[in-house]
Each structure stands twice: as structure tokens, then as C-alpha cells.
Design a protein around this ligand. Structure first.
Ligand code: PLP
Length: 384
């Protein structure tokens, strides 16, 4: 063994059949073997220089895991000498079944949702069957597709910031994967289920529709799980990194037809999905059904979003109406990159911008105190 990740024969044959070449197999094995992400993700990268006091750049939660989750995680540490002291993975799947109303064979746990997102690109797209996404949207699918030589089509959002599903299909009617992020990162806007259903009904027979619902608990809108009865080609992704405040604990899951789950697990994903840290599993299981705490966090976020939006608009900048813990500010004729630097100098780290909108920055909704700190930093940056 040379320490390189290995790929089993069936997985290799499947990739070759779908148009990857032998050189790609090594790259895919390396990609998935090291955790599915091509490089350290830029959205999680360390910020150069002294740490700003206020970090509102990565859409993390303003507070940690819910107390029942923390208690469950603490309790299981003492029993973590065992691989499976109490079937924690099965308990987690049971909690998902209850929360999402799906059978056990539709659930696959992952360490966060980055891995299954990258993995879905490998599994359902290829050099011959492209990837179609909105623009702007969460870029990880682009990064993975670029790395693998999968053709990408990026379609601007509609005027009201939905995914333009008709334009997405028209851009590549032969694609392997259509990625819908709802609420969308970075706009926080919703693509209605009817639009997603239209895409599901009109896509080519072989294609999958991947619906990334990382922020859905903040919006409280209906999940694309409701479409499972209509099609076996919908894959839904969830994460505990956002409303549940568990970004560093790495927990997420995919929901889909068992055949899609098996296909995504083919590239050694069985091992990864089956070896999640017990404290993370226990914390997620104990948090998922906390409907009152979920509603409380949503209400807290909404109040702070309304507050900060009003204040930013009062200063003469347009804010895109968001349903999630982020909002986008149009700086008019100023460059987002320059505004980010100017605000960083005032001790506050805001989010990035997207090439399609160079004058628009994403900012994470945090506590009222951090939103006030942001507004003060903005005022100082505008005067500097
Ligand atoms: C839309 C979306 N999907 C997926 C992820 C991946 O997050 P994680 O791997 O922590 O679940 C993120 C992270 O910011 C995101 O914004």
C-alpha cells in the first residue's frame, strides 16, 4: 500500500462507462478519500492578519449546539471506547425518519453536507453529462465539477431571485445533475417547490435534481422531500452546520431513493457514512426533534435580519430580501472586495462576493450585538 486512496473495481468500471478516464479515477479516489472536497474550501479559510472581533462571513450560527444536543454529546464521550456502544447511527436515522417522514432506507448520514454535495457531482454528472446550477449559488458543486472536467452551466437567478428552472433546463437539456439551493446561498431566497417540480418533470430521464436545503430550518418553508412521491430522481441535502450550530461537529445527511444513496456510497462512502463520530451523531439526534428551539432560533434570526436590513437600507444600500441567516448588500458603485477590506479594518469580517455581482457582499445574520457592531464598523468604514 502506498497510502493512496484505493477504488473498488465496480466503482472504477462505473466511472469509465460514464466517460471518466483512468487518470480521473485516481483523482476521484483522492478527492473522496480525503473527504470529498478538492481543496480547503475558501468559505472556511482562515482570514489573514489579526482575528477580527466579529465573524459574520461564513453563515455559521451565532451560538453553539442546542443544550439537549450538548448534553447527549457529553454523555457519550465516556462510552466512546466502543465503536457502537448503543447504535447511535441507527438512533440518528430514526430521528431523521421522524423529522422528515421518510423510511430508513432513504436516509444516509454524512459528516456535513459538503461531502455528499461533491459526491453527487461525481455520481450523477460526468465529462459527458454536465452540471447545471444557478448563479450566484454555493460554489462547491462548481469546484468539484471543474476539478473533474465536468461541463458546468451557470444560470442567473430570476428577477425575484428564484432559480430560473426553465433556463437551467434549456442551458443543458442533456445534463446529469441540476443543483437547486433553496434557500439559496448567498441570496437566502427560496425557489418554490412548484418550480422544482417543473424541473423534475421536464429533466432528462437519467438526470437527478439535487436540492440543497442547508438553510431550510431558518426559512421554515416546505422541503423538497414532498416531491419523493412524484419522482425517484430527487436528492435532498441537509446539514447541522447552520441553525443547529454544529459546523465544527460535522454532521449532515442526504435523503433520496435507496438506489441513489447506494450510488453515492459506491466510492468508499459506505465507510465514511458508517464511521461518524459518536458525539456528533448523539448531538444531532438530540437536536433534530427540538421543534420549539428550532422555532426560537428562527424567530431570533428573523428579528435580527429585519433590524439589520432596515438599518442598511437607511444608509442608502439595497438589500436582497432573504429568508435565511444571510443577506446581500448592493454597495452601489463600490466594489464588494473593497468594502470587505474596509470593514475588516474596523474589526468585522463580512462574507465574500460572487463574480456575477462584484458590487454585492454577503453578510451573515448574527446576534443583535454583532449586528450593531457590524453597523458601527460600516459607518466607520464609510467615513474612513
Ligand atoms: C448551501 C450550502 N450547502 C452546503 C454547505 C456545506 O456545509 P457543511 O459541509 O458544513 O454541511 C454549505 C456551507 O456553507 C452551504 O452554504
Amino acid at each position: 500500500m502506498d497510502g493512496q486512496p484505493q477504488m473498488n473495481r465496480a466503482a472504477g468500471a462505473d466511472l469509465l462507462r460514464r466517460g471518466y478516464n483512468r487518470r480521473d479515477l485516481g483523482r476521484i479516489a483522492a478527492l473522496l478519500g480525503v473527504g470529498a472536497v478538492a481543496a480547503r474550501p475558501t468559505w472556511a479559510a482562515a482570514v489573514p492578519g489579526p482575528a477580527p472581533r466579529v465573524m459574520i462571513d461564513s453563515n455559521e450560527c451565532w451560538t453553539g449546539p442546542m443544550e439537549p444536543g450538548q448534553a447527549a454529546a457529553r454523555a457519550i464521550i465516556a462510552r466512546s471506547n466502543r465503536y457502537e456502544p448503543g447504535n447511535e447511527r441507527d438512533k440518528f436515522i430514526a430521528a431523521v425518519m421522524k423529522a422528515d417522514g421518510v423510511p430508513a432506507d432513504h436516509v444516509s448520514p454524512w459528516p456535513g453536507s459538503s461531502d455528499p454535495l461533491s459526491r453527487a457531482v461525481v455520481t450523477f454528472a460526468s465529462p459527458q453529462r454536465g452540471l447545471v446550477t444557478a448563479d450566484p449559488t454555493f460554489e462547491l458543486a462548481w469546484t468539484t465539477a471543474e476539478y473533474l472536467g465536468v461541463p458546468i452551466k451557470k444560470i442567473p437567478l430570476t428577477a425575484d431571485y428564484r432559480h430560473d428552472v426553465k433556463a437551467m433546463l434549456a442551458a443543458d437539456p442533456q445534463a446529469g445533475l441540476y443543483y437547486v439551493c433553496s434557500p439559496n446561498n448567498p441570496t437566502g431566497t427560496i425557489t418554490p417547490l412548484d418550480d422544482i417540480l417543473w424541473l423534475v418533470r421536464n429533466k432528462p430521464a437519467w438526470a437527478k435534481v439535487l436540492v440543497d436545503e442547508a438553510y431550510i430550518h431558518f426559512a421554515g418553508t416546505p422541503s423538497a422531500v414532498a416531491l419523493f412521491g412524484q419522482s425517484e430522481d430527487v436528492v435532498v441535502l441537509r446539514t447541522f452546520s447552520k441553525l443547529f450550530g454544529m459546523a465544527g461537529m460535522r454532521m449532515g445527511y442526504a435523503l433520496s431513493d435507496p438506489a441513489n444513496i447506494a450510488a453515492m456510497q459506491r466510492y468508499d462512502g459506505d465507510a465514511l457514512s458508517g464511521s461518524l463520530p459518536l458525539p456528533s451523531l448523539a448531538c444531532a439526534t438530540a437536536s433534530l426533534g427540538q421543534t420549539a428551539l428550532i422555532a426560537q432560533r428562527r424567530a431570533f434570526m428573523e428579528a435580527n435580519l429585519t433590524f439589520v436590513t432596515r438599518e442598511v437600507e437607511r444608509r442608502g444600500f439595497k438589500v436582497i430580501p432573504s429568508r435565511a441567516n444571510m443577506f446581500m448588500i448592493d454597495w452601489n458603485d463600490r466594489l464588494a472586495r473593497q468594502m470587505r477590506d474596509a470593514i475588516r479594518k474596523q474589526g468585522v469580517e463580512i462574507g465574500r462576493s460572487w463574480p456575477i455581482w462584484p458590487n454585492v457582499s454577503r453578510v451573515t445574520v448574527s446576534s443583535r450585538a454583532e449586528m450593531i457592531a457590524f453597523l458601527n464598523a460600516l459607518d466607520r468604514a464609510l467615513k474612513a
